[in-house]
Design a binder for this molecule. Structure first.
Ligand code: ATR
Length: 273
């Protein structure tokens, strides 16, 4: 029986066990996927004893992604750029690490809004944390010509813009509504709109009618931003698919079968939100 894990601190909120448990059952694989809480001070020991505990690999979440990057052998260019690893697996005795946030983000849009990136000229990204960095990476990979990066703390947006070069321009929060004019895509990567947080309150009237609006927040599934976009008859993609798609590459490496993101899986996770 193959054992995999998700490690974080805290970890009780993680829906990954539900996702991998569904796939294990659906594909008839003898395996387990366990939720493990490990304090930062104990993380290195946890990683160094994975093989002797019989683990084939697992997921890493907050606050361990940067430590996992330092402890694993990383060929994945995305993880190298983000300096963060969310998926670990063994190749022989070597512990490898990758980051699946970018493929998760892109695969969700590909599945829900096919053709979304064709000829993409301008995108607006709100937020400048770790999630934003992964999304900027993905949008540039897909050929975005110009990204307007808006953050409450302008200095953080400026630092990220410098990291990615001239295609990314940092703007202050009060520029958000002006920035929407001419954007084909809007992505919220801030925690605004999440259950218990204030809503992301944006006037979307300047957005072109063909624009796509997406949020990485998925609790609730329809955030105030997505509700406003839908009311304005704009296309929307919710954030749940990113969570589901980012889980695919890990499962495939640990258990040797490529799982699918199906409506049944979405419904199962949705029932837990
Ligand atoms: P993650 O790794 O999920 O991106 P993070 O690094 O904590 O998390 O980043 C959270 C993002 O949400 C940041 O862009 C943060 O803005 P600041 O850089 O100014 O802190 C944004 N954010 C959180 N609460 C916010 C609020 N009340 N108003 C505006 N932005 C907010």
């Amino acid at each position: 029986m193959k054992r995999a894990f998700v490690v974080g601190y805290p970890i009780s909120h993680s829906r990954s066990p539900l996702i991998h448990g569904f796939w294990l059952k659906e594909l008839g694989i003898q395996g387990s996927y366990e939720r493990i809480a490990v304090e930062p001070a104990a993380f290195e020991t946890f990683v160094r004893t994975l093989a002797e505990q019989g683990f084939v690999g697992g997921n890493v979440t907050v606050p361990h992604k940067e430590a996992a990057f330092r402890l694993a052998s990383v060929d994945d260019p995305v993880a190298r750029d983000l300096e963060a690893v969310n998926t670990l697996w063994f190749e022989g005795s070597q512990l490898k690490g990758m980051n699946t946030d970018v493929t998760g983000f892109l695969a969700n849009l590909d599945q829900e809004a096919p053709g979304w990136s064709a000829g993409m000229k301008q995108a607006v990204v709100l937020g400048a944390g770790g999630a934003s960095r992964a999304i900027l990476y993905g949008l540039l990979q897909r050929g975005a010509e110009r990204i307007l990066l808006i953050n409450r703390t302008l200095e953080r947006a400026e630092a990220l813009a410098r990291h990615f070069g001239t295609k990314v321009t940092a703007l202050a929060w009060d520029q958000a509504e002006t920035a929407l004019a001419g954007a084909e895509l809007v992505v919220n990567t801030t925690s605004l709109g999440m259950k218990g947080q204030p809503p992301l309150d944006l006037d979307l009237s300047r957005l072109p009618k063909s624009a796509l609006v997406t949020d990485i927040v998925y609790v609730p599934l329809e955030t105030p931003l997505l509700a406003a976009a839908r009311q304005a008859r704009l296309a929307t993609v919710d954030g749940l698919g990113m969570l589901l798609h980012q889980a695919v590459p890990g499962f495939e490496r640990w258990f040797g079968a490529r799982p699918e993101v199906t409506p049944q899986l979405r419904a199962l996770v949705l029932a837990d939100i």
